[in-house]
Design a protein around this ligand. Structure first.
Ligand SMILES: C[S@@+](CC[C@H](N)C(=O)[O-])C[C@H]1O[C@@H](n2cnc3c(N)ncnc32)[C@H](O)[C@@H]1O
Length: 212
């Protein structure tokens, strides 16, 4: 029996198929950090993509391709995923995993610091209608501003770990990453250009829509 609502949700919605399970296996095998999104978050990402039906998704933070698989597998036939990752070796693992799942033709990896690459993609005239932010926490406020520049009207922006294990509500916690997440959450709550909400799913998932 579940001891709290997180466990209850996990029991009902936290199952994963063989392809997803093998992503986390490959992460372990390659000595990468075990910080993929939880299956429940992955399921919610897929659902959002199926509802919003974006043409071009930008993911910030690929790791081994777990969230990338959930995003890419929910895309319509002509949709694509651009995944930004600092570490080339991680992106290679993610690429292998998506190739194995038959999703390789849907995804492109852009290696290097995401903020710089977002700037370059903006200069190149690229636009995206769905963003998933899941990289270094200190840059969340910057990723939000950069995403707004790249966003089509009506674009969806989603960010993971926006509760930081409830550290955001501890006023005594003034670490750089927690302060940055607080700033990000305040941006979503008060920026007139978006409408959004922070959902207490797993470690907190913020979802917003860029007003048309
Ligand atoms: C939490 S993991 C991403 C997990 C992934 N979204 C998933 O659920 O499968 C964060 C990733 O962000 C990457 N990262 C950290 N700082 C970055 C930066 N400045 N630019 C791009 N990627 C970065 C890390 O290398 C790591 O792979």
């Amino acid at each position: 029996m579940a001891r709290n609502h997180d466990e209850y949700i996990q029991q009902l919605f936290g199952n994963e198929d063989e392809a997803l399970h093998s992503v986390n296996e490959s992460i372990r095998r390659n000595g990468m950090p075990a910080i993929s999104v939880k299956p429940e978050v992955g399921r919610f990402l897929s659902l959002l993509v199926r509802i919003a039906r974006p043409r071009n998704i930008m993911e910030i933070g690929a790791l081994g391709g777990y969230s990338g698989m959930m995003l890419a597998s929910a895309l319509d036939k002509e949709g694509s995923l651009t995944s930004l990752e600092l570490e080339e070796s991680y992106a290679n693992v993610a690429k292998d995993n998506l190739n194995r799942a038959g999703l390789g033709d849907k995804v492109k990896y852009v290696i290097g610091p995401a903020l710089q690459n977002m700037d370059s993609l903006h200069s190149a005239g690229q636009q995206y209608d769905f963003f998933f932010i899941d990289a270094d926490k200190v840059n969340y406020p910057n990723y939000f501003q950069a995403a707004l520049k790249l966003a089509t009207p009506g674009a969806v922006i989603v960010a993971d770990n926006t509760l930081q294990g409830d550290r955001v509500i501890d006023k005594n916690d003034t670490s750089e990453s927690v302060e940055a997440i607080r700033t990000f959450n305040e941006q979503i709550a008060s920026d007139e250009r978006v409408e959004g909400i922070l959902l207490p799913l797993c470690d907190g998932l913020t979802v917003c829509r860029v007003k048309s």
